[in-house]
Each structure stands twice: as structure tokens, then as C-alpha cells.
Design a binder for this molecule. Structure first.
Ligand code: NAX
Length: 331
């Protein structure tokens, strides 16, 4: 058995946390040989609920769960952590605009970025899930100047998985028959779900589907609006599927992507190309190996995808302008 790794989950008593913690402890992200120590961060009013969640984790008698830390202090939560999963944030309230949400949640990621910088293990990897995920990730990264930029990502894997499912359903195949879907840009309604490079059973997806109207008028808006559609049906935002996407993201990074396929992750734009300016966190298709990712470069876009990428880029630049004062001194 390997020695345990430390995994921090923020917002651990929230709805995503309630699915995520149990799957982490079961070995779904790091495999059946890798014990973990869960370091769970909450705000003081949620500490009692967190204790209840920890009781349930104990009651599972998970062989891989070696220890638990429950705290409302970021310095304790991030101490020596190898994986920082930043889920905790306020959801959008009634009548709130996206920019209000950014201003409400931004400061959380200033403090957590600093705490990661001061306390985390040298190999720490950070995944930001709390919305607006891309811009929160930028804030955390810019406040953690000693942690290499490529260790930071925001989550677009749920969007990616949603897109894979829509394509599989349309083509009448299983999800494992669909490869090379890409999500570009922001984890928001301007995201660009792209099947132009995808393969269905090894054949080009656009030809197999043969229905460009469906791609533009159904596939893209369905993936963009899927989170809203789930809220309308369930009365709550996606939680188990978001936790599953976190597991998928971490597993891809920790254990690698399959030969010939890729996944989507929002990463610092300077690591990619495609005409995206430096200094934002932008979703690209990536391949992963040995704990590192590489952006898939050299893909050619049809004009409409290029135009959509421009729109999502502009949105990310506007979000960045709203939090300019929260960005640390990192060059
Ligand atoms: P919940 O409101 O159920 O849980 C959030 C938890 O975070 C609460 O327990 C709260 O006490 C805690 N929290 C708030 N501020 C904190 C802080 N400063 N430090 C530590 N904990 C703090 O939300 P949940 O449904 O779990 O969603 C969490 C976040 O994920 C939201 O911001 C949501 O918008 C975002 N999502 C992101 C997705 C993505 O694909 N990137 C998809 C799912 C989800 O909507």
C-alpha cells in the first residue's frame, strides 16, 4: 500500500461535497491502492453539518480513508495538501447578476490562494469548481505566486461529459464510442461545445451525425444550458454529476488520458494558443500523462466556432476586469 496523500475539499458540507467525499474515500479518483487523508474546510455555521458528514464517512469504514481533518481555518485545511479541490462558494442569489456573484465569491479565492501558497505540499494541484470557476481560479492562482501556474485548473469536465452524452444519444451509440469532444472557454452559457474534431467509433463525428442544424441549434445550446435545465427539474443545481466530473478530472490528471482521446480543462491561457490572450483561465482540450496536462494544439476551427471562441474570450476578459483589484502581484 502507498503512503496516504492529502486531499482538501472546500465547501465539504455542501451538496457537491456530499457526493464527492464518499467517492474520493472509495478510491474512485486515485485508484484502489492509494490511501487518502481528507482535509475538509467549511465556514463556521456549517461545521456542525460537516461533523455529521464525517460521522457518515466513518460509518462507511472505507479501507482507503486514513484520517480526516475538519476545520474552518484555510491554513489547516491546506496544510501539506497534495490536491486542493475548491468547491465552496456562494451560489447565485435571487436577482443577483453574474458580476455580483464574482464580487461576493472573489475574496474567498484570495484567501484560499494565499493559504495554498503558504501551506500546501510542493506538488499541490488545484481544481476550482465554485462559480464563476474560471475567474475564481485566476484569483486563486494570482494569489499563490510560488505555485507553478500549470498546477491550477477550473472545471469544465461536467460540460465535457454532458457533450459526450448528447453526441452519443444523437448517434445512437454508447458514450464510450465518442472521443475527442472539446469545450472551449468559460464555464458559463458562452462556453463552446465543439464536436468538429470528435470521433464516433473512429469516424469523424460531423459526418456520422450529418446534421449541422442539430449541431448548431440543438447540441450547442443544450450543453450550454444543461445546468439551468437540471435546476428547473430538480430544484437544485447539479451535484452528483458535478462530483462525478471532479472525480473524472482528478483521475485524468493523476492517472492519464487514454491513447487517442482527450478531455476538457480550463487552464491558464498562456499554456495554450488559438489566439486567446494571456492572463485568463480558458477551457481547452488537453491530454494528461504522469500528473501533467498538455493543451491539444493545431486544431482548425470552422468560422462559427472561431466567432464563439471570441465571445467567450471577451466574457472572461470582462470578468477579469471586475476582479482586477483581487488579483495578486504574480507576474
Ligand atoms: P452548496 O451551497 O450546497 O455548498 C457550498 C458549500 O460551500 C456550503 O456548505 C458553504 O457553507 C460552503 N462555503 C461557502 N463559503 C465558503 C468558504 N469561504 N470556505 C469554505 N466553504 C465555504 O453548493 P454546491 O451545490 O455544493 O456547489 C458548490 C459550487 O459549485 C457553487 O459555486 C456552484 O455554482 C459550483 N458548481 C460548479 C460546477 C462546474 O461545473 N464548475 C457545476 C456544479 C456547481 O454548480
Amino acid at each position: 500500500m502507498k503512503s496516504p496523500i492529502r486531499v482538501t475539499v472546500t465547501g465539504a458540507a455542501g451538496q457537491i461535497g456530499y457526493s464527492l467525499l464518499f467517492r474520493l474515500a472509495a478510491g474512485d479518483a486515485f485508484g484502489p491502492e492509494q490511501p487518502i487523508i481528507l482535509q475538509m474546510l467549511e465556514i463556521p455555521p456549517a461545521m456542525q453539518a460537516l461533523k455529521g458528514v464525517a460521522m457518515e464517512l466513518e460509518d462507511c469504514a472505507f479501507p482507503l480513508l486514513h484520517d480526516m481533518v475538519l476545520t474552518d481555518d484555510p491554513a489547516v485545511a491546506f496544510r501539506d495538501t497534495n490536491w486542493a479541490l475548491l468547491v465552496g462558494a456562494k451560489p447565485r442569489g435571487k436577482g443577483q447578476e453574474r458580476s455580483d456573484l464574482i464580487r461576493d465569491n472573489g475574496p474567498i479565492f484570495v484567501g484560499q490562494g494565499r493559504a495554498i501558497n503558504e501551506n500546501a505540499a510542493p506538488d499541490v494541484r488545484v481544481l476550482v469548481v465554485g462559480n464563476p470557476a474560471n475567474t475564481n481560479c485566476l484569483i486563486a492562482m494570482s494569489n499563490a505566486p510560488d505555485v507553478p501556474k500549470e498546477r491550477f485548473a477550473a472545471m469544465t469536465r461536467l460540460d465535457h461529459n454532458r457533450a459526450v452524452n448528447q453526441v452519443a444519444k444523437k448517434a445512437g451509440v454508447h458514450v464510450t464510442d465518442v472521443q475527442r469532444i472539446a469545450i472551449w472557454g468559460n464555464h458559463s452559457a458562452t462556453q463552446v461545445p465543439d464536436l468538429n474534431h470528435a470521433l464516433i467509433r473512429g469516424e469523424p463525428a460531423p459526418q456520422v451525425i450529418g446534421d449541422e442544424t442539430w449541431v448548431r441549434d440543438t447540441f450547442i445550446p443544450t450543453v450550454q444550458q444543461r445546468g439551468k435545465a437540471v435546476i428547473e427539474m430538480r430544484g437544485h443545481s447539479s451535484a452528483a454529476s458535478a462530483a462525478n466530473a471532479i472525480i473524472d478530472h482528478v483521475r485524468s490528471l493523476a492517472l492519464g488520458t487514454p491513447e487517442g482521446d482527450w478531455v476538457s480543462m480550463a487552464v491558464p491561457s498562456e499554456l495554450g494558443e488559438y489566439g486567446v490572450p494571456e492572463g485568463i483561465i480558458f477551457s481547452y482540450p488537453v491530454t494528461c500523462r504522469d500528473g501533467h496536462y498538455s493543451v491539444v494544439n493545431g486544431l482548425e476551427h470552422p468560422d462559427y466556432i472561431g466567432e464563439m471562441i471570441e465571445v467567450t474570450t471577451q466574457e472572461l476578459l470582462r470578468e477579469r476586469a471586475v476582479v482586477e483589484d483581487l488579483l495578486g502581484s504574480r507576474p
